[in-house]
Ligand binder design. Structure first.
Ligand code: ATP
Ligand code: MG
Length: 212
């Protein structure tokens, strides 16, 4: 049995064409089914539905043989116990710094004042500001980061941006792009040894179907 960990929503939707290229069809729709283990047309392949940030945990410890996770999630979790053979070029967005439109970010950074930064992505934020030599107090949040600068909780946020419409709706501006984000295929290292042939076939089929 090969177990693939996916999260509901964009990653599931955007992985479907890749699965199709490998001859795999998921037999139930996660939006309507309550099942967490979804069968496929292949008796030896199943999909497990987990939170996006839990995908690396499942793959690292072998709860799943492979999975699809955002670069953001993989950097925050680390890659212990996993190979990362493919950038699937799906679920694309970017990690950025944003502030209130009336906050002078450039001056704050130049003056060397301590910046209060709210984010779910503390590893990425810590590394980014360390590289710039900017002192920061990181405030860990689990969602609705946009609210932090509006309430005075923080000067800036580090968050995912795709169209920028959520930032605009909350009168925030993107002042720095930290990195481009896409989702990657990750494979459990032991699985790749024990189930080498079928996993290799799957990875190769995915590779032929990567968009662009
Ligand atoms: P949850 O919604 O369960 O709290 P999540 O926000 O991490 O978790 P998703 O919104 O499905 O889950 O995002 C999964 C991945 O898709 C993210 O880790 C990121 O790599 C990418 N992503 C997030 N937001 C966007 C977006 N607006 N456009 C494109 N890709 C995105
Ligand atoms: Mg989300």
């Amino acid at each position: 049995m090969i177990t693939l960990a996916l999260s509901k929503g964009r990653i599931f939707e955007e992985t479907l064409p890749l699965l199709k290229a490998a001859g795999i069809e998921v037999l139930e729709d996660p939006e309507t089914s309550r099942k967490l283990i979804l069968p496929t047309n292949r008796e030896d392949v199943r999909v497990v539905l987990v939170r996006a940030s839990d995908v690396p945990t499942y793959v690292q410890y072998g709860g799943a043989d492979l999975g699809v996770a955002g670069r953001d999630v993989l950097i925050e979790h680390g890659l212990a116990g996993m190979y990362q053979p493919l950038d699937l070029n799906i679920a694309k967005c970017r990690m950025s710094v944003a502030v209130r439109a009336d906050f002078d970010y450039e001056s704050a950074v130049k003056q060397g004042s301590r910046l209060r930064v709210a984010t779910k992505y503390t590893q990425i934020a810590r590394q980014h500001f360390a590289d710039k030599g900017v002192h920061v107090d990181l405030i860990k949040l689990y969602g609705s980061m946009e609210l932090a600068p509006l309430t005075g909780l923080a000067d800036a946020i580090v968050d995912l941006v795709s169209t920028g419409s959520t930032l605009r709706a909350n009168k925030l501006v993107e002042v720095e792009r930290i990195m481009d984000i896409s989702s990657r295929l990750v494979v459990n290292q032991a699985s790749l040894k024990l189930k080498r042939a079928p996993l290799r076939a799957l990875i190769d089929a995915f590779a032929t179907a990567i968009p662009q």
